[in-house]
Ligand binder design. Structure first.
Ligand code: NAP
Length: 276
C-alpha cells in the first residue's frame, strides 16, 4: 500500500474542497504524510480573507498533518523564493512538491484561440507554465534524494479540444516543461511527472467548460464514465510517492481511457446511418 509515513512536502493549488490539489493532499495526509500548504493571497480590502478561509476549512480536517498554511502568488518570484525559504525553516527537507495551478482570463477561454490577446496569453503562460519552473527551481535546495514533483495537465494540450483554447497551448507547454525538468532534475534523483486528468468540476474546471465534457466522456471513454476526484487523488499521490520511483518525465492519463480513442466509440452506435 502506498505510504507517506515520515514524508513531508508542499501542496500548491488548493482553492477549496473541490480542488484536485485537495484530493491529492487528502490522500497523502490519510497515508501519514505532512504537508505545507499555500493559498492565493487575499486582497488587503478582503477583511474576511476568503482565499485563506476556504483552504483552512480543508486543512482543519488534518490538524496534525498540516505544517503550515501560507500565502503564495506564483507570478512573483520574490514570493516564491521567500515561500520556499519559509518552508525549509518550518519543514526542513521535502519529499514531494505538487503544482496544481492554472489560470486564464475567462474572456480568453471563451473567444476563438485565433483572437487571444498578447497580455492574456502571457498571463496564462506565466501562471500555468512558467510557475512550474519557478517553484521547482526555488525548491531545489530542499529536495531529498528520491523526491517527486507533480504537475496537473489535460488532454487539450495534446489534441485540439474546442473551448479549451489558450489553456490547451499552456498545457502543451507544461507537458514539455515536465520532460525538460525531469531531465535537469534527474541527476539529483528528483523526478518530475504530470497527471492528465479527465474533466472534474472544480473552479478552474467549470471556467474551462467541463460540464458538457464530463457527459461526453461517459459516452466515449472505454470505462463508459468520467473519472472521480478520488481516482485522480490516488493516482496523484502514487506519482508523489516512493511507489513510482522509476518513473519520471511521464504524463499519466487518469481519464477513464478517453485519450486512447481514435473515434467516438460507442457514441457511433447512436448515430443512425443515412439512407442512400
Ligand atoms: P482549482 O481548484 O480552481 O485550482 C486551481 C488553483 O490555481 C487554485 O487554487 C487557484 O487559486 C490557483 N492559482 C491561480 N492563480 C494562481 C497564482 N497566481 N498563484 C498561486 N495560485 C494560483 O481547479 P483544479 O481543477 O483543481 O485545477 C488544478 C490543476 O488541475 C490546474 O492546473 C488545472 O488546469 C488542472 N486540471 C484540471 C482539470 C479539471 O477538469 N478540473 C482537468 C485536468 C487538469 P484561487 O482559486 O484561489 O485563485
Amino acid at each position: 500500500m502506498v505510504s507517506f509515513d515520515g514524508k513531508r512536502g508542499l501542496i500548491l493549488g488548493i482553492a477549496n474542497d473541490r480542488s484536485i490539489a485537495w484530493a491529492i493532499a487528502r490522500e497523502i495526509m490519510e497515508r501519514g504524510g505532512v504537508c505545507g500548504v499555500s493559498h492565493l493571497p487575499d486582497k488587503p480590502e478582503d477583511e474576511k480573507r476568503k482565499n485563506r478561509m476556504r483552504v483552512s476549512k480543508c486543512c482543519d480536517q488534518f490538524p496534525d498533518k498540516v505544517a503550515f498554511l501560507e500565502p503564495l502568488d506564483v507570478q512573483d518570484d520574490a514570493q516564491v523564493e521567500a515561500f520556499m525559504k519559509m518552508a525549509e525553516s518550518k519543514m526542513g527537507k521535502i519529499d514531494f512538491l505538487l503544482h496544481s495551478i492554472a489560470f486564464a482570463d475567462r474572456e480568453d477561454l471563451s473567444r476563438p484561440t485565433v483572437e487571444t490577446g498578447r497580455s492574456g496569453f502571457k498571463l496564462a503562460m506565466d501562471v500555468s507554465v512558467y510557475s512550474l519552473i519557478s517553484v521547482t527551481n526555488f525548491a531545489r535546495p530542499m529536495f531529498n534524494p528520491g523526491a517527486s514533483v507533480l504537475a496537473m495537465t489535460y488532454f487539450g494540450g495534446e489534441k485540439c479540444v474546442p473551448g479549451y483554447n489558450v489553456m490547451g497551448i499552456c498545457k502543451a507547454a507544461l507537458d514539455a516543461t515536465v520532460r525538460y525538468l525531469a531531465f535537469d532534475m534527474g541527476p539529483t534523483d528528483v523526478r518530475v511527472n504530470a497527471v492528465s486528468a479527465g474533466p472534474l468540476k472544480t473552479l478552474a474546471g467549470v471556467a474551462a467548460g467541463v460540464g458538457e465534457m464530463q457527459e461526453f466522456y461517459g459516452h466515449v471513454a472505454p470505462l463508459g464514465r468520467c473519472v472521480t476526484h478520488d481516482e485522480v487523488g490516488r493516482s496523484g499521490a502514487y506519482l508523489l510517492s516512493d511507489y513510482s520511483n522509476g518513473i519520471t518525465g511521464e504524463i499519466l492519463h487518469v481519464d477513464a481511457g478517453y485519450n486512447i480513442m481514435g473515434s467516438p466509440g460507442r457514441l457511433l452506435e447512436q448515430i443512425k446511418p443515412t439512407k442512400s
